[in-house]
Design a protein around this ligand. Structure first.
Ligand code: PLP
Length: 416
């Protein structure tokens, strides 16, 4: 296998595909990292030669450090000790595990919906949720934001329904498309926080349009759950419009620090997705220990505001000190701090230098995650990045920017 079989160079296809990526300068390299529980955001970096070094992680989507929170870790280890580690099969085979039932109740309550349905990831929840919901609506037209995440695009594609893309967060364009669609059923799919730019959708105004033109709404709150709203219900909760959105989707992997994804909606919608989505039916359920950990994280963040306040404070300070250092911080309304580079090779080089020379880990963000020419560093300060770490980061970035002659502030503003 992989050799030259009967004149077909199988291995060659794969090597050539990867060398194309090298040629386009978008071959991805992942650092080998071990996080240290209790010392967030410090981790061990195992270098290619095998040596290890302590580093500071500045790009984790475990936004609030909940993956290491004592209550969350205890819920996971206690439940694993009690129930074992696996789920024992798909829900069709093994039934629901009780911690999973509790988790779905917790999620429904978080978003003020009748029901919740948990999947193995946020990716799967979008792919299975959007495709199944749209397929079950006869003659459905999907209206999808141009910047939607790949998992939503795949959900739209798998539905087989007609689709129209509206310009990112552009209410006027969305309204035009809704008008053109006339009386046919319509599903608007969009995100609350767009994770590469850190901007926010006008959820209430999108719901106004949905009401006016008789459309259903599906909102991805993956980068907002746990982080925004008085109980961590996301931007829709913060804006007081949760009840106006038909389906709210989220992840257990970022703000809640675990793994898994979900939708919350009416009992009828969740029951239909449970009954018809292959991505739900034909895969092993989330294990009880993970469910218990996620429930602990959600419960903690429903009542503790400290993480959310400190998170916002840290993001604001980081934006201020990087800007003061002349670095090209791109405008962002949220906790995400993008810094403009505008070239894939130098973006990767900047990250390499930060890691090798300064013990700072930030993953480069290149095409196709962002459009070509807008390559960037995406920094995600957490409640645990203190002032000293921030000063160290600003100093290190200034040195790297100087060394690579990277564009300073004016260029980032021009790119917007
Ligand atoms: N939706 C958005 C907007 C995302 O950025 C991601 C990225 O991880 C996902 C969904 C997928 O969530 P998960 O990581 O839980 O699969």
């Amino acid at each position: 296998p992989g050799g030259n079989v009967a004149g077909v160079d199988y291995a060659g296809y794969f090597k050539e595909a990867v060398s194309r990526l090298h040629g386009e300068r978008r071959y991805r390299v992942f650092a080998d990292i071990e996080r240290i529980a209790g010392r967030f955001p410090t981790a061990k970096w195992r270098q290619p030669g095998g040596k290890t070094a302590e580093i500071t992680v500045w790009c984790s989507n475990d936004y609030l450090g909940m993956g290491q929170h004592k209550e969350v870790v205890a819920a996971m280890t206690d439940t694993a000790a009690r129930c074992g580690v696996g789920a024992g099969g798909t829900r069709n085979i093994a039934g629901n595990n009780s911690p999973l039932v509790d988790l779905e109740r917790e999620l429904a309550d978080l978003h003020g919906k009748e029901a919740g349905l948990v999947f193995t990831s946020g990716y799967v929840s979008n792919q299975a949720g959007i495709s199944t919901i749209a397929k079950l609506i006869p003659d459905c037209l999907i209206l999808s934001d141009a910047f939607n995440h790949n998992s939503m695009i795949e959900g739209v594609r798998h539905s087989g329904c007609a689709k129209k893309i509206f310009r990112h967060n552009d209410l006027r364009h969305l309204e035009e498309l809704l008008q053109e669609a006339g009386d046919r059923p319509k599903l608007i799919v969009f995100e609350s926080v767009y994770s590469m730019d850190g901007d926010v959708a006008p959820i209430g105004k999108i719901c106004d349009l949905a009401d006016r033109y008789g459309a259903m709404t599906y909102l991805d709150e993956v980068h907002a759950v746990g982080l925004y709203g008085a109980r961590g219900g996301g931007i829709a909760e913060r804006d007081g419009v949760m009840h106006r959105v038909d389906v709210i989707e989220g992840t257990l992997a970022k703000g809640f620090g675990c793994v898994g994804g979900y939708i919350t909606a009416s009992a009828a919608i969740c029951d239909a997705v449970r009954s018809f989505a292959p991505g739900f039916i034909f895969t092993t359920a989330l294990p009880p220990a993970i469910c218990a950990a996620a429930t602990a994280a959600i419960r903690h963040l429903k009542t503790s505001q400290w993480e959310r306040d400190r998170h916002q404070d840290r993001a604001a300070r980081l934006k201020a000190i990087l800007t003061a250092a002349g670095l090209p911080v791109m405008p962002s309304d949220t906790h995400i701090v993008p810094v403009f580079v505008g070239d894939p090779e130098r973006c990767k080089k900047a990250c390499d230098l930060l890691l090798e020379d300064h013990g700072i880990y930030i993953q480069p963000i290149n095409y196709p995650t962002v459009p070509k020419g807008t390559e960037r560093l995406r920094i995600t300060p957490s409640p645990y990045h203190d002032d000293a770490l921030m000063d160290q980061l600003a100093e290190a970035m200034a040195q790297v920017w100087d060394k690579l002659a990277l564009p300073l502030r004016e260029k980032a503003l021009a790119a917007e």
